[in-house]
Ligand binder design. Structure first.
Ligand SMILES: Nc1ncnc2c1ncn2[C@@H]1O[C@H](COP(=O)(O)OP(=O)(O)OP(=O)(O)O)[C@@H](O)[C@H]1O
Length: 959
């Protein structure tokens, strides 16, 4: 060591110059953390328990896992570090080869730290105690060998126990605060720092620390250190010849001896009570340490969470900062500790990638500092006077190129990190969802007494659940379109955002307007909160819906009528009028007759319509027997399997009841009482001429219940098949009835209504598919597109759309199904476009409007959203996000995805993907391809050819 103010100053100036040139930060020397692993011998306990050693150091740098279990595989099997020490090695050896060089940097003014990391009882304290002693001995030896320098040694010691910092050199156990010093970084307030008098003084202080440190007994270590201990030895040295002079410079650096608490899991140490609490804190700070090390190992890009624990805050300079660092990872070789040993090795592997930048720390006197600054000024002035030389220029260019390359690399890393974050976020959402589901199933068990409470708050939950963005653009078609259809957006705007009447009536996309209810406002910045909220609300909402099932249908309906959100008072009044008694309430005749355009004098609910049809066509028992048979056969189905059917029913409810007013004759009841809602069909008692409904019908009217059950039931694909069977058999039934009506000569007033109506639904285009396949193919596409458009406009259930889409793909035999569907949809569209509503048949007589069907659809989407993480693999979801223009950075991506399903009616690829996605979500494709053959739909029935002719002729005859 040279004279202070001479050599130290030179060292420091060189470092500063290097910093200016290479920007290495702090002028320090970049180097990796020195990482070693030490295996301790098996303890007596382990030998006694026949717990063999499974790790072996095969050379100075490699440790391998050598299992005595032949079938046990662990990858990687070999780990390499700067140094590994077998169980026979001594602490002195460990010190010499894994710590000495780093530790003794302190005498040259370079900060250093030695860590011991490992699970409890692996030998951290054993190793660290020895290393501290050897280091101090060597420091004293160094001091002895350098009489020309004056040294001052100071010791401070802290322990971090349960995230509280305590001074181990003070008898006062008060927790100490951490302060941020702009120059020195994090410092411990009021920490005692003892100036060491001699070696003995140091020894006594070390004993004091040892005595003060928290020790407890765990199942693995009778003398387990329950805290992190940091001993800090600070060494200041100056050349004696400059002492007392103005231009002195002092080297000042610290060496930290860090004995971490055990990294084991609480469960493994069989910790309970206070030990468990300690374990939690220990694990938390070690977790942060691990995170910091992991992040640092990938470079210093991005945020390093030093501040998340006191341990990392205090050790910040030692971790990737101005310090040389060595970590000794201690391991128990026993088989019973394999998992922890592996974790230790993973930590060590990360640590060896971390780079620190240690520099010489020189404390200058004012005069020395002035001298240095003057020199620096002269140098800069000189540079300004002389033009930059060519060699300098090329040097700068090279530096710039290097910087550019570094920036590009960092940008790439940032991109990767963002992707990782998104992935993690999406997994977190999934996890939250899983937690939510778990909560849900638990809550299901709760007492039915809570039903009414749950139910009453349900309406408000619905409001919250609709905090959707008003516009989501879809990029899949490149054209970009507004997510909501005219009806959807209109309905949305009316119910949730208080959009102006102009917006409702126009075709313009809805604009987000101020809303009174905060919960309805979509704010991407608050989306995270929303996500959390929705995660926790999901389970609650589901729970509430379970309770709804248990309730009496009538009271349930009445409750719903109390304050249906987004429904006008008039609408609510109408609804409650219609359902108050749970029975059909015919309109006064005068009122019905006064409606314009009603053909005939009857205006009936479904029940009355059916009744009158039966009365006026006593021979047409097919319609009635079909309905009854359908009902009775389905009543025998297992109850759980009604899930999808129920969703289908409710979603389809607009088509199942009688319009309140219309100006053309409705299609026959069979077309409105659409298949898939078997229990909604009526029981007709021939003796008393009354209609009754099974009690289960009431349940079917509950949208939430059906969705809930659906979610529940969808776990079983077999049951889903049952559900689609219901759908198909209902469909067949409807077609059958329809054909019978045509064959048996129902007239225009019964079947199609006015001619204009027929044209609008395309009945005049029915062709014999067998005769002209090419025409049929064109016709099929046209009809398919019309149907898709109408589904969208009528807010038809996505499950229904999916079933239908997957079943009917253009086979000639599909024509009749397509036709019937088109007619039914056209009827629905007409009714809705006239602002009319339906009343569902049966005791509850719920009125269905475009708005309510929209709400139903919305719930269905919510249900899909919940199903996604279970049924849709992450990769598939991510690919859909990308394809459908959902930013991977955005929040609530699943919600957005669910909202986009089936929305771009003009893009057949989007429709196909939507159908496949929904099919997966409802478990339809789990059991393979949906084939019509499975359901007996792929037939041209024996007489269908003939019948289609007759039908066609029948229709033509109407023209
Ligand atoms: N290399 C070794 N050679 C011989 N004995 C050892 C060795 N390492 C540790 N031991 C013994 O193992 C036991 C546990 O060691 P130690 O207390 O150092 O573990 P630890 O990792 O500090 O545990 P904790 O985290 O619970 O404080 C002690 O009895 C110690 O003497």
């Amino acid at each position: 060591m040279g004279a202070v103010g001479g050599e130290e100053m030179q060292q420091w100036e060189t470092a500063v110059a290097a910093e200016e040139i290479d920007g290495s930060g702090g002028g320090g020397k970049l180097e990796r953390i020195l990482v070693s692993v030490r295996l301790r011998p098996l303890s007596e306990k382990e030998i006694f328990a026949n717990d063999p050693a499974e790790w072996e150091c095969i050379n100075d740098a490699t440790i391998i896992f050598r299992s005595s279990f032949p079938d046990r595989h662990m990858t990687p099997i070999a780990y390499t570090f700067d140094r590994v020490f077998g169980s026979e090695s001594t602490t002195e050896q460990v010190y010499e080869e894994a710590a000495k060089e780093v530790a003794l940097s302190v005498v040259s003014g370079i900060n250093s730290s030695i860590f011991a990391y490992g699970q409890t009882s692996s030998g951290k304290t054993y190793t660290m105690t020895g290393i501290t002693e050897y280091t101090v001995a060597d420091i004293y030896d160094y001091i002895k060998r350098h009489p020309e320098r004056a040294f001052a040694l100071k010791l401070s010691a802290i322990e971090i126990y349960n995230e509280a910092v305590r001074d181990l050199l003070s008898m006062d156990g008060t927790p100490l605060r951490l302060l941020d010093d702009p120059e020195r970084g994090t410092i411990v307030e009021k920490l005692k720092e003892e100036t060491l008098r001699d070696w003995n003084h140091l020894k006594s202080l070390l004993s004091l620390c040892e005595a003060q440190r928290r020790i407890g007994e765990t199942s693995l270590n009778e003398m387990s250190s329950r805290s992190h201990q940091i001993l800090r030895l600070t060494i200041e040295s100056s050349a004696r010849e400059f002492l007392g002079k103005d231009n002195t410079a002092t080297l000042s650096a610290s060496v930290n001896f860090v004995d971490l608490a055990g990294s084991e899991r609480a469960s493994q140490a069989l910790s309970v009570g206070a030990r468990l609490k300690e374990g939690c804190h220990i694990n938390r700070s070690l977790l942060t340490l691990g995170t910091v090390i992991r992040k640092l190992s990938k470079g210093r890009n991005g945020h390093i969470p030093y501040r998340e624990s006191k341990l990392t805050r205090i050790l910040q300079p030692c971790l990737g900062g101005n310090a040389r660092t060595a970590i000794i990872c201690t391991m128990c070789p026993a088989r019973s500790h394999i998992e922890q040993s592996r974790n230790t090795l993973l930590f060590a592997s990360c640590a060896k990638e971390v780079v620190t930048s240690a520099q010489v720390n020189v404390v200058m006197s004012d005069k020395a500092l002035v001298k240095h600054l003057q020199k620096e000024l002269a140098r800069l002035e000189n540079e300004l006077r002389c033009p930059v030389s060519a060699s300098n220029n090329s040097h700068i260019e090279a530096l710039l190129r290097e910087k550019d390359a570094r920036i590009r690399k960092m940008e790439k890393e940032i991109k990767e990190l963002i992707q990782q974050r998104d992935l993690a976020q999406s997994r977190l959402e999934d996890l939250l969802q899983v937690v939510g589901d778990g909560d849900f199933s638990r809550k299901r068990e709760e007492s039915p007494k809570q039903a009414s409470i749950f139910h009453e708050s349900k309406v408000h939950d619905d409001e919250i659940s609709k905090s959707e963005p008003p516009e989501v653009t879809y990029n899949g078609s490149k054209a970009g379109f507004v997510k909501f259809s005219k009806y959807e957006s209109k309905n949305y705007s009316r119910n949730h955002h208080g959009f102006s009447q102009d917006t409702e009536n126009g075709d313009l996309p809805p604009k987000l307007s101020q809303t009174k209810h905060k919960s309805h406002r979509w704010n991407p910045n608050h989306a995270e909160d929303d996500t959390d909220k929705s995660a926790s609300e999901d389970s609650e909402e589901l729970c509430k819906e379970v309770r709804c099932i248990e309730m009496d249908g009538t009271s349930q309906r009445e409750n719903l009528n109390l304050s249906l959100p987004g429904v006008s008072e008039t609408q609510q009044t109408q609804t409650s009028n219609a359902t108050r008694n749970g029975e059909y309430e015919p309109k006064p005749a005068a009122q019905m007759d006064s409606r314009p355009g009603i053909t005939g004098s009857t205006f009936l609910t479904l029940e009355h319509h059916l009744h009158s049809v039966r009365a006026s066509h006593p021979d047409e028992s097919s319609l009635w027997s079909s309905a009854r048979d359908l009902h009775s056969s389905r009543a025998m189905l297992p109850r759980r399997s009604r899930s999808c059917r129920a969703a289908f029913l409710t979603s389809y409810s607009p088509g199942f009841a009688e319009p309140e007013q219309y100006d053309c004759t409705p299609p026959p009841s069979s077309l409105r009482d659409f298949p898939g809602r078997p229990r909604a069909l009526l029981n007709y008692n021939a003796e008393n001429g009354n209609f009754s409904r099974d009690r289960s019908v009431m349940l079917e009217d509950s949208v939430s219940e059906s969705l809930l059950k659906e979610q529940d039931d969808m776990s079983s694909s077999r049951e889903d098949i049952t559900t689609i069977q219901d759908f198909v058999s209902g469909l067949k039934e409807m077609v059958q009835v329809h054909q019978n009506q045509l064959v048996d000569g129902q007239t225009a007033s019964e079947v199609c209504g006015a001619e204009g109506t027929r044209k609008s639904v395309g009945l005049d285009t029915i062709l014999d598919p067998v005769d002209s396949p090419s025409h049929w193919s064109r016709d099929f596409e046209k009809k398919q597109q019309e149907i898709i458009k109408l589904w969208h406009e009528c807010n038809v259930s996505l499950i229904h759309r999916t079933y239908f889409y997957l079943l009917f793909k253009g086979d000639p035999a599909d024509s009749i199904y397509m036709e019937v569907e088109l007619r039914r949809l056209a009827f629905l569209q007409r009714t809705f476009s006239q602002g009319n509503s339906y009343r569902i048949s049966g005791e509850t007589g719920r009125r269905v409007t475009l708005e309510s069907s929209m709400r139903t659809l919305q719930r269905e989407r919510e249900m899909f959203c919940r199903q996604m993480q279970k049924k849709l693999p992450t990769e598939e979801r991510l690919s859909l996000y990308v394809k459908w223009g959902i930013s991977l950075n955005s929040k609530q991506r699943r919600v957005q995805l669910a909202r986009l399903l089936w929305t771009d009616t003009g893009d057949l690829e989007h429709i196909r993907e939507s159908a496949l996605t929904v099919a997966k979500l409802i478990g339809l494709l789990e059991s393979g391809q949906v084939l019509k053959e499975m359901f007996g739909l792929s037939f041209l029935p024996q007489n269908s050819y003939r019948r289609s002719h007759r039908w066609r002729h029948g229709i033509y005859a109407l023209k």
